[in-house]
Each structure stands twice: as structure tokens, then as C-alpha cells.
Design a binder for this molecule. Sequence first.
Ligand SMILES: NC(=O)c1ccc[n+]([C@@H]2O[C@H](COP(=O)([O-])OP(=O)(O)OC[C@H]3O[C@@H](n4cnc5c(N)ncnc54)[C@H](OP(=O)(O)O)[C@@H]3O)[C@@H](O)[C@H]2O)c1
Length: 336
Amino acid sequence: MTYSAAEDRYERLEYRRAGNSGLDLPAISFGLWQKFGTDRSYATQREILLRAFDLGITHFDNADRYGPPHRAAQQVFGRLLRADLAPYRDELILTTKAGNPIGPGPYSKGGSRKSLLTSLEHSLRDLGTDHVDIFYSHSPDLTTPLEETVGALVSAVQQGKALYVGISNYAPERAHEAAVLLRQAGVPLLVHQPRYSIFDRRPELNGLLKLSAEDGFGLVVYSPLAQGLLTAKYLDGIPDGARAQDSPFLSPDVIDDTYRQRAAALNRIAAERGQSLAQLALQWVLRQPQVTSALVGASSTWQLEHNIQALSFPPLTEPELALIDEYGVHGTGLRL
Ligand SMILES: NC(=O)c1ccc[n+]([C@@H]2O[C@H](COP(=O)([O-])OP(=O)(O)OC[C@H]3O[C@@H](n4cnc5c(N)ncnc54)[C@H](OP(=O)(O)O)[C@@H]3O)[C@@H](O)[C@H]2O)c1
């Protein structure tokens, strides 16, 4: 059936400015890391992605690695762009990332100019677009001079293949160095993409939140629901089809008694506020002004619709935040 976007798509979400740039991103963005590939029907994936756009999500996060298998998530999005979203391309912020291993040999991994720009070419072909809106270095590569990695990001912009650049998983010191080099090259760092949630407090502990304000880049924080651990789904076991059951990235071992006690306590705090744990967890990351967007995944349209309602609750109060601190222990559910 021909797709026509919801007329009211810009009325549901808040849009936030990314650092010192002129670009606004939706407070909730959508990522295609898992379950966007050959393991589920295209119809289901299409339904979720189009629902996201109808709800006001303009920002879709991708990477050469996403699938399964690698590259499949971008090919899925490319198909959707050709078939349904082509008339809306100018309303979309499409990202890709390069640098994490995606194949054999020395050029399908790392931060060299060769691997980053080769990956970008493949991603543009898979997505079926002549440019992405944000091109990221997916992870720091300490064996490659930062000047070379940053130079490849700058080239992508100069060649018209990316409008903005980002980095992901960089420790604050290296992020600062990258921000300085990019500024000198006239291509300011738009965003950094770190993991951040009630159970992963690293951006608070290592100073990244503070640095982003000083250096003027935004934070697009990933896994704000700790891959589903910050929802009520694992309180009574592992439901069929849940990520902890079928993903190599979330081991069932992390769902232990300590996790369950903390998640149950957080769930009670959320219930007192009349919301779900997932909604509380999203509001919690978004309380930080440096956080431009919370980057979520979803395996159904229900999850997406439910999670977006997080934006309609009153802000968390100081006593609530103190209570959350008690149970939001850094490292819960994570292999650090
Ligand atoms: N830069 C990087 O290195 C990096 C790394 C990881 C992720 N990311 C980006 O961040 C995006 C989001 O990561 P993520 O998927 O881990 O985020 P997340 O939002 O923490 O977890 C999403 C998963 O939680 C479950 N879920 C979501 N809402 C739920 C609800 N209301 N009730 C119950 N379960 C719910 C679903 O899993 P199930 O239903 O399948 O259990 C869903 O796929 C990725 O797609 C990717 O774009 C980037």
C-alpha cells in the first residue's frame, strides 16, 4: 500500500538542539542495531520504521555492522527509502558509522582513512542515498593516528557524502582531541554517541557530560533502556523472543537476583509516578540538558508508542532522583 506520512507527525515529540550546532534532533531517536535484517519479516520492520516516522522520529541511526548479517539493516532502510520514504528524504536524519569490524582483512575495520571511506561508499550504496546526514567513527582506534581518522570524517563532508560528523564510544580525553582537530578543520563535531542509562553511569563518572557542554557537541545516548533491562520485562524471568533470549549482545546471566531487586525497586518508583520503568528510564537520561536524544530500539510498534509517551510525564523531582540513585547502581546488568 502506498505510504503517506501522518499529517500530525511533528506534534508529538520534542526536538532538541545538538550542542552548538544549528541542527535539531528528536528527543527520542530510533536505531536499527538488532532485529533489522534477515531474521524477521520485512513487513514487520517496515511497520515499525514507518510508525516511528509517523510519531515524529526523524533521526534513524544505522551502521555498516547492523543486521544480522552485517550491512543488512542499511539494506532494509534503503529498501524502505526507495519504496516509501523517498518523498520525505529531506525530513530525515540518516546516520552511518564505520570502524568496527565487519569483514576479513585489514580494511574492514579500524579508523584508517581507507576503511572509513570504503565503508561509507558501501553504506551509501546500501542506503540508496548520495549522502548521510551524520557520519560517525564508530569506536576509537588507538593504533591509528587520530589525525587520520578525523581527516577521513572531514573528507566525507568535503566530498558532500556527509553533512555532519560524529564519534562514538570515545573516552573524554580522545573526544576532546577529536573535537579540537575537527574545529580546526572547519567541520565541528556535531555529536558523540556514548552508552548511558540508569545502569551505565559512565558519562557522569568520566566527565563526558561536562566535556560535551564545554566543547559544544551534543550527546546521542544509546541503550537508554539497557537493552530492555530497564523495562519490566525481565522481572519474572525471560519472556519468549526477548533480547536476552536470542541476542549475542545481552547474556541471560546478567539477569540475576541483584539485577532483579534493583529493577523491581525502580519499577516501584515508576509506578508511584503512574508510569512504566521504560518511561522513567527515558526521562532519566533526557533530564540532562547535554543529552540531545535518547537512541532507542524496539521490536514492536507497541514498544515504540509506549516509550514515546515518556515525554508526556512531569520532570523527575530531586527526591525521586535521589531514590533512583540508590538502585541505579553503575554496572548493574553490564559486563564492564
Ligand atoms: N554506537 C554504538 O556503539 C552503539 C551500540 C549499541 C547501540 N547503538 C545504537 O543505539 C540503538 C538503541 O540501542 P538498544 O536497542 O540497545 O536500546 P534500548 O532502547 O536500550 O533497548 C531496546 C530494546 O529493549 C526492548 N524494549 C524496548 N522498549 C520496551 C518496552 N517498552 N517494554 C519491553 N521491552 C522493551 C526491546 O528488545 P526486545 O523486545 O527484543 O527484548 C528493544 O529492542 C541501536 O539500535 C543503535 O542504533 C549504538
